[in-house]
Design a protein around this ligand. Structure first.
Ligand SMILES: Cc1cc2nc3c(=O)[nH]c(=O)nc-3n(C[C@H](O)[C@H](O)[C@H](O)COP(=O)(O)O)c2cc1C
Length: 206
C-alpha cells in the first residue's frame, strides 16, 4: 500500500476573483487533509487595457500575483487535478482552454491518464450554464483517460447546493460573494477527490 500523500493540482482561471476564492478553499481543504497541493492559475490572455477597465478584475490580478502559472509539468506531477473556470456563454473560459490545449504532449505519452479529475465553476445567474460548463470541461477528462470524480449527491450538503457535477457559485456579477454553501461544496469536493485519488494511488502501487 502507498503511504505517500496524494499530490493535488488545483488549476483555475478567474477574472474577477470568484473562481480564485473557490480554488483557495479547495486547495486549503486538501492541505488540511494531508495532501501535497499546487495551486496554479492559467495564464491571462486578455490585454492589460481590458483588465484595467474592470476594477474587480484588476484587483484579482493584484491579489493573485503570487499564485504561480500552471504548466503541463503540474499535471504530470499530480495524482489528481481539480480545474476551475467561470462560465463563459455556457462554456469554459478561453484562458483555461488555452492551458488545456498545451497538454497534447503529455496526452500523447499517456501521462494524463489514470489520474482523478474534477471541476468547479461560477456564473452570474442561477441556471446560467454552470452544468454545461462543467460537462464541457469533463469532455476533456475523458480524452485524457482520467477518472472523473464528480461530487454527485454523496454528502447531505449536496442537497443544499444542488449541483452534483461540481462546486458552483452564483456571484450575481460580484454582488454575491462566495458563501458558506459554496465553501462547503468546495470542501466536500476536495475531500472526495482526495479519497478517490488515495484509493487509486494505493491500488496502482500494489
Ligand atoms: C464573456 C463572459 C461570458 C459570461 N457568460 C456567462 C453565462 O453564460 N452565464 C452566466 O450566468 N454568467 C456568465 N458570465 C459571468 C461569469 O461567469 C461570472 O461572473 C463568474 O462568476 C466570474 O468568475 P470570476 O469572478 O472568477 O471571473 C460571463 C462573463 C463573461 C465575462
Amino acid at each position: 500500500m502507498s503511504t505517500e500523500p496524494v499530490k493535488l493540482a488545483v488549476v483555475y482561471y478567474s477574472s474577477t476573483g470568484t473562481i480564485a476564492t473557490l480554488a483557495k478553499e479547495l486547495a486549503e481543504t486538501a492541505e488540511k487533509a494531508g495532501a501535497e497541493v499546487r495551486l496554479r492559475k492559467a495564464a491571462e490572455l486578455a490585454p492589460q487595457a481590458a483588465i484595467e477597465s474592470n476594477p474587480a478584475w484588476a484587483e484579482n490580478v493584484r491579489a493573485t500575483a503570487d499564485v504561480a502559472e500552471a504548466t503541463p509539468e503540474d499535471l504530470e506531477w499530480a495524482d489528481a487535478v481539480i480545474f476551475g473556470s467561470p462560465t463563459r456563454f455556457g462554456n469554459i473560459a478561453s484562458q483555461l482552454k488555452q492551458f488545456i490545449d498545451t497538454l497534447g504532449g503529455l496526452w500523447a505519452q499517456g501521462k494524463l491518464a489514470d489520474k482523478v479529475y474534477s471541476g468547479f465553476t461560477s456564473s452570474a445567474t442561477a441556471h446560467g450554464g454552470q452544468e454545461s460548463t462543467l460537462l464541457a470541461l469533463y469532455n476533456s477528462f475523458h480524452h485524457f483517460g482520467g477518472i472523473v470524480a464528480a461530487p454527485g449527491y454523496t454528502d447531505g450538503s449536496k442537497f443544499v447546493d444542488g449541483n452534483p457535477y461540481g462546486t458552483s457559485h452564483v456571484d450575481a456579477q460580484g454582488n454575491n460573494p462566495v458563501d458558506d454553501v459554496s465553501r462547503t461544496a468546495a470542501r466536500v469536493q476536495s475531500e472526495r477527490v482526495l479519497r478517490i485519488a488515495a484509493a487509486l494511488k494505493s491500488g496502482l502501487a500494489a
